[in-house]
Design a protein around this ligand. Structure first.
Ligand code: SF4
Length: 425
């Protein structure tokens, strides 16, 4: 594996997640067209959106305590941006330690609609925000774990701190559609992701369905949802029929004891088993054929850096063996959360985790990197983890198959978008 971050953008993306970045006084992020540092990222991130070499989009920690000790500094240089490294101020990573200019980067562009309001006079960014190149929407009230006394929220989560600050708590279907239309026209989004917390009475799917129905009817865009696992698994059959393309279950931690300690609400209400059952059930749904263009994937989402790397690898192996695709976040000790004083993970410890992510997806022939124009800033995508292989040509047959699949998907999806646009006109 290439261990110099100047030549390995995935390693740089990972190292930036783990170490953050400092902003030099020369930076003028927003006046240079970059995106503001919004805190609302489904409780996961809060950083600076950048595009690294190789087209890798990322969200780099800036506000967290550990970022103040980062060796990485962003400088403005003749109107462009460059990451420089100034010695080793953070913990040693065991990786090659270049200093001086590392790479030139681009600011993730701030679209015009970020500065506009909806017809109901809400800033559009309080309805939805871009996370990389897709639109993320947290459509409902704050997760109920935050409203209990004592609170039962996940200890790494900042959702209850964020809502009402950067995010509107009440978002009508019309408001969401208005933002989607703007983001489609100006940011060329192809995918909308909905994220909810836990609501008593398992109401999260009922809340989301009206949004999904309108998006599918009026735009044909790809839609994903991230909610707790509904007790009635048949609801996922109905969601697939409605046109949902991705269901994601965030169990976060595979070690059950650590899961119970870090996610007390999830452990009490659902338990790890129910999350895993939902991941596997939905993966099996993907194997059933259905008429029309209805791509469908099941995701199991974990956070690397809270449990030992071997446990994260075991989670990846379990998820992929079930036919689902892992989403692997990097633990970020967010400001204001119960874990804000925890150290971030060590980059070198996580390299084997992300290497395994790619290998396992290839071994199980999972459809990664197929949807067009979905660049994700908050996680390393499985396909980006090819950079961690010692022998990158090892899976060339499977990679060729994915290229063909991707081309076919692009064609069919393009036709579907045009068909919906004509019908909606
Ligand atoms: S379920 Fe946990 S991670 Fe999700 S919003 Fe609630 S407290 Fe946050």
């Amino acid at each position: 594996m290439e261990t110099d971050v100047r030549r390995n953008p995935a390693l740089l993306k990972l190292d930036l997640y783990c170490r953050g970045i400092r902003l030099d006084d020369s930076c003028f992020i927003e006046s240079d067209g970059g995106r503001p540092l919004l805190r609302t990222r489904a409780g996961l991130g809060s950083g600076l959106e950048l595009v690294l070499p190789g087209g890798l989009w990322t969200n780099v920690p800036v506000a967290e305590k550990f970022a103040a000790a980062s060796p990485y500094v962003l400088h403005r240089d003749n109107g462009t941006y460059v990451i420089r490294r100034h010695g080793e101020r953070g913990p040693a990573t065991g990786l090659a330690a270049a200093s001086g200019d590392i790479v030139r980067v681009e600011l993730a562009p701030r679209p015009g609609w970020y500065d506009r309001e909806t017809a109901s006079h809400k800033p559009m960014t309080r309805i939805g925000t871009l996370q990389g190149t897709y639109l993320g929407v947290y459509p409902a009230k704050v997760c109920d774990y935050w409203r209990e006394a004592p609170k039962a929220n996940c200890k790494f989560c900042s959702v209850g701190l964020n809502l009402g600050v950067d995010d509107a708590t009440d978002k009508s279907v019309d408001e969401v559609m208005e933002v989607i239309r703007a983001a489609r026209a100006e940011s060329h989004i192809t995918y909308v992701d909905f994220n909810t917390g836990h609501y008593c009475g398992d109401t999260y799917l009922d809340i989301l369905e009206p949004y999904i129905r309108r998006i599918k009817e009026e735009t044909g865009l790809l839609v994903g949802i991230q909610t707790p696992p509904h007790h009635d698994l048949k609801r996922y059959d109905a969601l697939r029929d409605l046109g949902v393309n991705r269901v994601s279950f965030c169990f976060e931690i595979f070690d059950e004891e650590i899961f119970k300690r870090i996610c007390p609400g999830k452990a009490r209400e659902y338990g790890l088993r129910r999350y895993l059952d939902a991941v596997a059930y939905c993966a099996r749904l993907g194997l059933e054929t259905s008429g029309g263009f209805k791509p469908w994937v099941s995701n199991g989402e974990i956070i690397a850096g809270i449990e030992p790397p071997a446990s994260s690898i075991a989670a990846i192996d379990w998820i992929t063996s079930a036919g689902a695709i892992p989403t692997v976040c990097v633990f970020r000790p967010l400001v204001g959360t119960e874990m804000e004083d925890e150290p971030p993970p060590n980059t070198a410890d996580l390299v084997p985790v992300f290497r395994r992510l790619y290998e396992a997806c290839m071994e199980r022939r999972l459809p990664i990197g197929v949807a067009p124009n979905v660049h994700v800033s908050l996680v390393l995508l499985p396909e980006e983890c090819r950079w961690f292989l010692d022998n990158p040509r090892r899976y060339w047959r499977q990679e060729l198959r994915l290229k063909l699949l991707s081309a076919a998907f692009r064609l069919t999806f393009g036709r579907e978008l045009r068909r919906r646009a004509r019908a909606a006109a």
